[in-house]
Design a protein around this ligand. Structure first.
Ligand code: 0X9
Ligand code: CA
Ligand code: CA
Ligand code: CA
Ligand code: ZN
Length: 313
């Protein structure tokens, strides 16, 4: 459980309950399933939100993922807010209603439920980052299959916090989310047009690539790079974060955004949420009073990305 005073955060069990309630109370627009199972067997909850939710309609699809890193609990709350806002405000808020009617929204609130539960075991934060595979775990955001382990942006040592795993997609969690994304290729075309992977912390909007300092590559044209920059800056203008290319922060290989863009052409960004700086490990554990303001802060960015998913590049 969460430490005393931080009960506003949701444990995996509480997250499951909230999602099941949203599914049953909003059955016409919300459908809860699972993308697969974690290493320890927890369901990787997958919420779809759209009008006529039981049908696969020809609407731009958008994916939000949270909590790849165990200790980044604020991100789980971000995905929960997306679920609650697009269900509870449907039919009331005109922007929400329009987006639910014209998009298919997918939310995976916890990509790393095993690590997250371990991090709060005994009511004390452990500063845990990876999943719980093997003794030391794998950094899920170094385990994706595009240029896995290529470039010094991950570690081959199981003790490292950026351990990339034994092979690309060796973690059941990344394999499951990747398989879900692959399942959205319909008639040869990827239906998911845009994606945000939420992390903490530093208040950044990051776009690919992470594996190279180059702005352009054979899979990132000048026009495509410019679109990432334009969208990234627009998103950052809405929430006050700093926009930059991922590798401007540091080189990572095997990160989710690189795979989503290179393999599926998905406009995929990382948000590093509150706080901007300071606190070292404490920066991962803002008091639960910060949940509401710091998740609300991204409402407009979420709407912008959903709108952008309908724009033809
Ligand atoms: O290192 C990560 O996976 C992310 N930062 S975190 O502090 N949440 O661990 C950043 C990933 C963004 N990608 C690159 N910087 N290439
Ligand atoms: Ca509190
Ligand atoms: Ca629909
Ligand atoms: Ca569809
Ligand atoms: Zn992270």
């Amino acid at each position: 459980e969460f430490p005393a005073g931080d009960e506003g955060y949701h444990t995996y069990g509480e997250l499951t309950e909230v999602l099941q309630r949203a599914d049953s109370e909003h059955g016409d627009i919300a459908s809860l399933s699972s993308a697969g199972s974690s290493y320890q067997g927890r369901a990787l909850h997958l919420m779809k939100i759209s009008d006529n939710v039981a049908q696969d309609e020809d609407e731009p699809e958008v994916l939000f993922t949270c909590n790849q890193h165990a200790r980044e609990h604020l991100t789980t709350e971000m995905c929960l807010r997306i679920v609650e806002r697009f269900t509870d405000e449907y039919g009331t808020d005109p922007t929400v209603t329009e987006l639910v009617n014209t998009r298919e929204i997918y939310v995976i609130p916890s990509v790393n439920p095993d690590g997250s539960e371990y991090d709060i075991e005994g009511g004390r934060y452990k500063g845990w980052r990876k999943n719980r595979q093997g003794y030391y775990g794998t950094d899920l955001n170094r385990n994706w299959g595009y240029k896995w382990g290529c470039c010094g942006g991950s570690s081959g040592s199981p003790y490292s916090d950026t351990y990339r795993g034994t092979s690309a997609f060796s973690a059941p969690e990344t394999r499951a989310v990747a398989s879900f994304v692959e399942s959205r290729v319909v008639g040869g075309s990827q239906q998911i047009k845009a994606h945000i992977d939420f992390h903490t912390y530093s208040e950044l909007v990051l776009w690919p690539y992470g594996y190279t300092y180059s702005d352009t590559t054979d899979t990132m044209s000048r026009e495509e790079a410019r679109r990432f920059q334009e969208v990234g800056r627009k998103l950052a203008a809405s929430n006050g974060y700093t926009p930059q290319q991922s590798s401007d922060l540091y080189i990572t290989d095997g990160s989710v955004n690189d795979w989503m863009w290179a393999e599926h052409g998905i406009l995929s960004l990382t948000f590093e949420m509150y706080p901007a700086s300071g606190g070292g490990i404490g920066g991962f554990y803002p008091p639960d009073e910060r949940i509401e303001p710091e998740t609300r802060r991204n409402d407009e960015a979420v709407d912008i990305l959903l709108t952008e998913a309908g724009a033809q590049p």
